[in-house]
Design a binder for this molecule. Structure first.
Ligand SMILES: Cc1cc2nc3c(=O)[nH]c(=O)nc-3n(C[C@H](O)[C@H](O)[C@H](O)COP(=O)(O)OP(=O)(O)OC[C@H]3O[C@@H](n4cnc5c(N)ncnc54)[C@H](O)[C@@H]3O)c2cc1C
Length: 415
């Protein structure tokens, strides 16, 4: 694609799409940039929706990718509230809701994901919410008056954070999860047990090792039923059941999909001039192999990286991956990536809730976690987590016994 002419169309005007548009301009691309999204919001980061914004402690301005007037000032045509309905890869054209069409020289699919629906009896009752958009967050906020009773379904990131935020504003929360505690599937049972204790100390009733089987109520939800026979009375429900990547547009156009849109290490799909990034992109990572990552830092960095690919700067996207989660005053930071591990070692104290955890597979360190310890790996270069990240990036060959041993400085392990 020529650098100073042509036209880039970006589908999905959120974190990935917004950052791609910014990077195109920052890198000097002077062609047409159209950024299209079906939400009404301008590109922004969703983290406060389960935390500070949900609790009424922050508005979203700090989370905008760029202020509203940046788009016009930088000649980025931001079209919100508009869906792309079809892609014609031969004509290099997209069709929008309403029938309008746009031609592209480069097309970035940043379509993200949507909430996974639970096909359960009563799931359509009023008072049952999911959380991805500002509108969905506002609806939960309106229901979350102090003294109300909520059931949170699912104890992944959204479920655990919403549980913490609702509890913090005075809602009485019962949280149901199939594992041994919050975040068990991502962080393991030991960390989940620590997180469970944190929530219980704040007054949350955790229903663990159980599953929701249906919802009861006349006009509105009144109770949640579980496999183990519980009937949990409530005023409202928030379901955090994960997301489904929005691949249909790509798939129908002939773009390869497999748990997301399949891209190579540069963000290129199997179709010429079509790229993908962010939550929807199943990408080839130089260290971790095929991964699809549903985190803010990936959306920001991959949006930018794929924009550079579109300009012909072919560098593999090798961001180490990282995320954070805030629950009450406790802060989790994570660097690296793994879904499975065969060894987990801890440095510090699980009881004091201040520790690092290290995830190994086949003798290789693949990921490190800090609870209230280790610093933000993005901001604190000499922090223990940033250093652990460098160990992972260098191949992760490190002795687990040394990592456990507080007498040995983690920084020394880099040598
Ligand atoms: C409540 C909440 C809290 C979170 N907190 C954290 C956190 O603390 N830390 C962290 O690391 N991550 C967090 N995340 C995850 C992070 O927000 C996501 O990784 C990020 O939103 C991904 O950005 P994206 O642009 O790739 O996808 P999305 O945010 O899903 O955006 C995709 C956009 O494309 C639009 N779209 C899809 N199809 C079309 C179409 N055909 N036409 C037009 N538009 C379309 C969608 O409507 C959407 O606006 C959180 C997510 C949520 C929901």
């Amino acid at each position: 694609m020529a650098k100073r002419t042509g036209s880039v169309v970006i589908v999905g005007a959120a974190m990935t799409g917004g950052n791609a548009a910014v990077a195109l301009r920052e890198e000097g691309y002077a062609g047409r940039v159209v950024l299209l999204g079906d939400e009404s919001a301008i590109p922004f980061g969703r983290p406060p929706l389960s935390k500070t914004y949900l609790m009424g402690r922050e508005d979203l301005k700090n989370w905008y990718v760029k202020p509203r007037d940046w788009y016009e000032a930088n000649d980025v045509e931001l079209m919100t509230g508009l869906r792309v309905e079809a892609i014609d890869i031969r004509a290099r054209e997209v069709t929008m809701s309403g029938g309008g069409t746009l031609n592209y020289d480069g097309l970035l699919l940043a379509t993200g994901g949507r909430n996974r629906r639970l096909p359960l009896h009563g799931a359509d009752l009023d008072g049952i919410y999911q959380l991805r958009t500002v509108g969905e967050c506002d609806a939960i906020k309106a229901a979350a008056a102090p003294g109300k009773r909520a059931v949170v379904v699912g104890l992944g990131f959204i479920g655990a954070e919403v549980t913490a935020s609702l509890t913090s504003v005075g809602v009485k929360v019962i949280a149901v999860g199939s594992g041994k505690g919050p975040l068990a599937s991502v962080l393991g049972d030991q960390v989940a047990a620590v997180m469970a204790a944190i929530h219980e100390e704040k007054g949350v009733e955790l229903v663990l090792g159980d599953q929701v089987t249906g919802f009861a109520g006349r006009d509105r939800v009144e109770a949640v039923m579980t496999r183990n026979g519980r009937r949990l009375k409530c005023d409202f429900v928030v379901i955090g059941a994960g997301i489904v990547p929005n691949v249909e547009l790509a798939r129908d156009a002939g773009v390869a999909v497999d748990d997301g849109i399949v891209v190579d290490a540069f963000g290129r799909t199997n179709v010429a001039a079509v790229f993908a990034g962010g939550d929807v992109a199943n990408h080839e990572h130089p260290l971790f192999g095929r991964v699809r990552v549903e985190h803010y830092n990936n959306a920001e960095k991959m949006g930018r990286a794929v924009a550079r690919t579109m300009l012909g700067r072919l560098e593999p996207y090798d961001y180490l991956h990282s995320f954070w989660s805030d629950q009450y005053d406790d802060k989790l930071e994570y660097v690296g990536f793994t879904r499975r591990w065969d060894r987990f070692v801890v440095r510090g104290s699980l009881e004091e809730r201040r520790f690092l955890g290290f995830y190994f597979s086949g003798g290789r360190l693949l990921a490190a976690l800090g609870l209230n310890r280790g610093g933000d790996p993005e901001l604190d270069e000499s922090g223990e987590l940033a250093v652990s990240g460098r160990v992972i990036a260098a191949g992760g060959r490190v002795d687990p016994a040394q990592l456990e041993d507080e007498r040995i400085d983690i920084r020394a392990m880099l040598m």
